[in-house]
Unconditional design. Structure first.
Length: 138
């Protein structure tokens, strides 16, 4: 073998090695991508106060949840069939106004997906599937 072929073979093997490392890192990164956080019952019910106030002006007072809703759709937690105009059922705030519960409709009757927002930190805590009984009408 000539020196030219050895150099080409060396660079080709280096290229293949770097490509394999890149693909492995990409695979690991996609595998470990954070999914939307499912809240425990205890965490969810700890944010419910005796009297939850229904927010009548949904569009103006509601926290921007749409990037989070897109993540829920990608994870197939929220159905893509539901129109975004009909997705938000109601918005409730606790009496101290530090938590906001945004109820999203699902395909089942009286089943909602509650997106819990911490208004003090201006951050979404997670979501909780809820079969509506009378949690908000105490």
């Amino acid at each position: 073998m000539t020196i030219d072929k050895l150099i080409h073979l060396h660079f080709l093997s280096l290229y293949v090695t770097v490509l394999i490392i890149f693909l492995v890192v990409l695979y690991i990164k996609l595998k470990n991508k954070k999914a939307p956080k499912l809240l425990s019952k205890e965490k969810f019910y700890s944010t419910l106060t005796e009297k939850m106030i229904e927010s009548s002006t949904i569009d103006k007072s509601m926290f921007n949840i749409w990037p989070f809703v897109n993540e829920l759709k990608k994870a197939k937690i929220v159905s893509k069939k539901i129109n975004e105009k009909d997705l938000v059922y109601k918005v409730y705030r606790n009496f101290e106004e530090n938590f906001e519960h945004i109820l999203l409709t699902t395909e089942k009757n009286n089943h909602y997906l509650v997106v819990l927002v911490n208004l003090n930190k201006n951050k979404i805590k997670g979501y909780f599937p809820l079969e509506m009984t009378n949690e908000y009408n105490k």
